[in-house]
Design a protein. Structure first.
Length: 390
């Protein structure tokens, strides 16, 4: 199993904390926005006498409510086309194991969510990365790049939309390009839509809205980021492909049932006011605008403006971002604080890429983000491995 670039530097952070240094955690997508009180109250007010197994596909009442939620986003699915999972992570793993055999290949535009690598290892699947780059804001690579690496063992493409780690929001046109590719080669299209509600530049177009590839599309979802409920571990796998559903259900039965309290939490979320996301989205957009401006104002730093999610990938004027991320935790502080980033190289499948990039999660309030950027700016002024850029 590959180490997580998001959590790999935890020991360095723990040592810094033991010395009294405050850590601004911008390495992980753990929002500081409070989980809605209505969701927590639904758990607190549970009156059942026995916490029983649920159906392996999840409580029917929750799946029916999820269907209503998706219909508001112009995604029309039946509750029988939804399987509740232990987080979005389990949905991805179940999808890989149901649709790909050992040795099969899955294409992923890089940089990509690092744990896709781990899920592929667990499923015995080979990741074939296809490079996007920071200069284009990490737009979808052209179709000819996909064609170059498709083989007889290629069975799927996976994207995250809006993207983690880049924040890139795939357009309807780009989704149509993917549709053409998967239809031509009869591939599965896995679409991780965990950040659907957080789009700032343009509208979200779901893979489930693509016409003519209904049997090919598998959507992955989770309540973790949408409702700031990461610890609930409730996700979902959604597809209209009956054979895939039947196969995924076998894996779901093997782990018995998804978390009971988490499903109560998730079901209560559907009953939140329709304008719930308006305030949350505005807060994330303010954070994005603050962070992107601060980064690009630092000499030698470049950060494209992302269209969604709550992450950016930034290029730093350093010789090696992995070493810089260790150094800033181990050997630097400013006003009694320092910053924890996720090194960019861990989000690439190609070993030579991302060496000067970091992923930054804007999951802290604007005051904390500004203080973290003060730290970064001061750190870059004295970092021994800083490089001069023209």
């Amino acid at each position: 199993m590959p180490a997580s670039p998001i959590r790999r530097l935890v020991p360095y952070a723990e040592v810094a904390k033991s010395k009294g240094v405050k850590i601004f955690h911008l390495n992980i997508g753990q929002p500081d926005i409070e989980t809605p009180a209505e969701m927590l109250e639904a758990v607190r007010n549970s009156t059942f006498k026995i916490l029983e197994y649920s159906h392996s596909a999840g409580n029917e009442s929750y799946r029916r409510k999820l269907g209503e939620y998706y219909s508001l986003a112009n995604i029309n699915v039946d509750h029988n086309e939804i399987i509740i999972t232990t987080g979005g992570s389990e949905a991805i793993l179940f999808g890989f194991m149901a649709c790909l055999d050992v040795g099969d290949e899955i294409i992923i535009p890089e940089p990509f969510y690092a744990n896709y690598n781990g899920f592929a290892v667990e499923a015995g699947v080979i990741v074939k990365p296809i490079s996007s780059n920071i200069g284009t804001g990490f737009a979808l690579p052209p179709p000819e790049d996909f064609e170059k690496i498709i083989t007889e063992r290629t069975k799927a493409i996976i994207i995250c939309n809006p993207n983690n780690p880049t924040g890139y929001l795939y357009t309807k046109g780009e989704m149509e390009v993917l549709k053409t590719i998967v239809k031509k080669h009869n591939l599965y299209l896995f679409s991780d839509e965990a950040y659907r509600e957080f789009c700032y530049e343009g509208e979200h177009f779901s893979s489930m809205q693509l016409e003519g590839v209904e049997e090919n599309v598998i959507m992955i979802d989770t309540i973790s980021k949408r409702y700031s409920a990461c610890g609930a571990r409730i996700g979902a796998l959604i597809t209209r492909n009956k054979t895939v559903l039947q196969t995924v259900l076998k894996f779901a039965q093997a782990r018995l049932s998804p978390p009971g309290f988490g499903q109560i939490l998730g079901e209560a979320a559907i009953d939140l006011p329709l304008d719930y996301f308006k305030k949350t989205k505005a807060e994330y957009q303010l954070r994005r605008d603050t962070l992107v401006k601060r980064l690009n104002d630092i000499p030698g730093v470049f950060c494209p403006n992302p269209g969604g999610a709550f992450y950016v990938m930034a290029s730093l004027p350093v010789d090696n971002a992995d070493l810089f991320c260790e150094w800033i935790l181990e050997s630097f502080s400013y006003n009694g604080a320092t910053v924890m980033f996720a090194p960019g190289s861990g989000f690439y499948g190609s070993p030579s890429l991302g060496q000067r990039e970091v992923r930054i999660a804007y999951v802290l309030n604007v005051q904390a983000l500004n203080a973290a950027m003060d730290c970064l700016e001061k750190a870059l002024e004295v970092y021994p491995g800083r490089i001069l850029l023209e």
